[in-house]
Design a protein around this ligand. Structure first.
Ligand code: G1P
Ligand code: ZN
Length: 555
């Protein structure tokens, strides 16, 4: 096995964002671009993270365009940089939670996930790479900061001269007298086994056999084969329960983002009146997000997390109770109310799954979630779309017996009755010129001193700040994690710039108001939050500074 050292020069823009490095495919196709970033990761692992000489790397992606090419390059570079083994998903495909599971199950040193998550794919779409550490979770900032630093000064990378690996055929291929091995595995079985070990599959099977109709939309992305194995083969759902379950390199031309805007085909089916199925769900490009729908009913991700926490003991894996919960700062406080009632801790972390890992490793939390359609538990160290869907089905199976019936909508309404409703919405303004977006954020921050005690219509500002997080486990501090305007009555507006886009800036405005009065809890969120939306526009001067006052996506 010949190892070549290739001279290169740094790019300067390889800063990992909220979830790895994401760029247009065309950017990744620049000569050396992919290699520079991969070498910067390996150099960080070798120099700073004590990578052993017999290390194994797990590799897989969401099947988007450039996945296959990148996998061959990563295998060749892993061989040249001292890894002893690479475990790769068949056809190069592994969902993000499946990679997390494989890292943990096979005790690999780390893993690389090739995905730009819910961003569009194809030749003109996005590509991305994320490194996960040995606990199965996304690399923390101390690693991603070092990778960025190395990428800015890189001068060479190492790559082995290997013939192309057949990643479509299961099995092992060894090189260099057995010193380097590539193992192609079927990850669907491992993942499905894990799910079966957590949930009551026979109860869910009975629910589906009783005529309870479900519809799952894989959005032409990675969960298709997993859904086929779990819902059809193991749970006996009829074939028409699945849609868009064949992964495609450009996700059928759509955005593989499970929300009311981009999963519109599923939304139409689920809001078709009486003939709508009882339960609907979708997941994203790499299978870590989920959207939950009932018959003519949408469950916000923040509410979903709260309902799962409140009903966790109905699920075998959590029957003994949960240790604690965590949510990202912009996620609504609905789960906080459940935690208070259960008398367990609730942690508030910055946006991005990487902040949950330490808390889970320390046994402080069992369930975590983000408003951005992410929910999961300590069974892996990533968010997990199908896990959330199965959790809901397990809860529904327990609440729909011969004697009792409960729809998704009824479960939510009785949850609100018990805990009150955190009315919630997020408005995204995509593709704003970066400079204009920075001006808007600076304008809001400049009002930190003048805003407190000011009254806007029925809302009075209590405090405002730029969220900082102190990680109680490793002591690290993360600043500038989103601007919060907190009102006297507990409502809040959060402004944050996205760290996962590839075009201009995306401004996210998160709106939340608490409604304890059951008579008002069924009001549409956009109606209930209308006044706060106007206040957000006023404080930010969004229209004046960007010409925009209509969000591109509302979730
Ligand atoms: C977005 C979500 C965030 C999520 C991330 C990766 O990041 O808001 O919650 O963890 O995608 O899926 P953002 O673009 O807001 O930085
Ligand atoms: Zn994703």
């Amino acid at each position: 096995m010949q190892i070549n050292t290739v001279q290169t020069s740094a790019f300067g823009d390889q800063k990992p964002g909220t979830s790895g490095l994401r760029k247009k495919v065309k950017v990744f196709q620049h000569p050396h671009y992919l290699e520079n970033f991969v070498q910067s990761i390996f150099d960080t692992l070798i120099e700073k993270e004590g990578m052993p000489t017999d290390a194994t790397l797990a590799v897989g992606g969401d099947g988007r365009y450039y996945n296959r090419h990148a996998i061959q390059t990563i295998i060749q570079m892993a061989a040249a940089n001292g890894f002893a083994r690479v475990i790769v998903g068949q056809a190069g495909i592994l969902s993000t939670p499946a990679v997390s599971h494989i890292i943990r199950k096979y005790k690999t040193f780390g893993g690389m996930i090739l995905s730009a998550s819910h961003n569009q794919g194809g030749v003109d779409g996005d590509f991305g790479i994320k490194y996960n550490i040995s606990n199965g979770g996304p690399a923390p900032e101390k690693i991603t900061d070092e990778v960025f630093a190395k990428s800015k000064v890189i001068t060479a990378y190492k790559i082995a001269d290997l013939a192309e690996i057949d990643v479509d055929t299961l099995g092992e291929t060894s090189f260099n007298g057995g010193k380097f091995t590539v193992q192609v595995i079927n990850a669907v079985q491992d993942y499905a086994d894990l799910m079966q070990s957590l949930f009551d599959f026979s109860a869910i099977k009975n629910l589906l056999a009783s005529g309870f109709q479900i519809k799952f939309d894989a959005m032409h992305a990675v969960t298709g084969p997993y859904a086929q194995e779990i819902f059809i083969n193991r749970l006996g759902a009829p074939a028409h329960s699945l849609m868009n379950c064949v992964p495609s390199e450009d996700f059928g031309g759509g955005h593989p983002d499970p929300n009311l805007t981009y999963a519109e085909d599923l939304v139409k089916i689920m809001f078709a009146g009486d003939k709508a199925p009882d339960f609907g769900a979708a997941s994203d490009g790499d299978g870590d997000r989920n959207m939950i729908l009932g018959k003519n009913f949408f469950v916000t991700p923040s509410d979903s997390l709260a309902v799962l926490a409140a009903n966790a003991t109905l699920v075998p894996a959590y029957a003994k109770g949960i240790a604690g919960v965590a949510r990202s700062m912009p996620t609504s406080g609905a789960v906080d109310r459940v935690a208070a009632k259960l008398n367990i801790p609730c942690y508030e972390t910055p946006t991005g799954w990487k902040f949950f890992g330490n808390l889970m490793d320390a046994g402080k939390v069992t369930l975590c979630g983000e408003e951005s359609f992410g929910t999961s538990s300590n069974h892996v160290r990533e968010k997990d779309g199908l896990w959330a869907v199965l959790f809901w089905l397990n809860v529904l199976a327990q609440k729909n017996t011969e004697k009792t019936k409960a729809s998704v909508e009824q479960i939510l309404k009785s949850h609100w009755l018990e805990y009150g409703r955190n009315v919630y919405s997020r408005h995204d303004f995509e593709a704003i010129p970066t400079e204009a977006a920075n001006i808007v954020m600076a304008h809001i921050k400049a009002q930190f001193e003048s805003l407190p005690n000011q009254t806007f219509g029925s809302y009075t500002v209590k405090t405002c700040d730029d969220f900082s997080y102190h990680d109680s486990i490793d002591g690290s501090i993360s600043n500038n994690q989103g601007v919060r305007i907190l009102f006297v009555d507990g409502s809040r507006i959060v402004f944050r710039l996205s760290g996962s886009g590839t075009e201009g800036a995306t401004l996210r405005i998160y709106l939340e108001a608490f409604e304890p009065d059951s008579a008002k809890q069924s009001v549409d969120a956009q109606v209930a939050l209308a006044e706060m939306i106007q206040i957000a526009l006023k404080i930010s001067q969004l229209k004046e500074k960007t010409g925009r006052d209509t969000p591109t996506v509302i979730t």
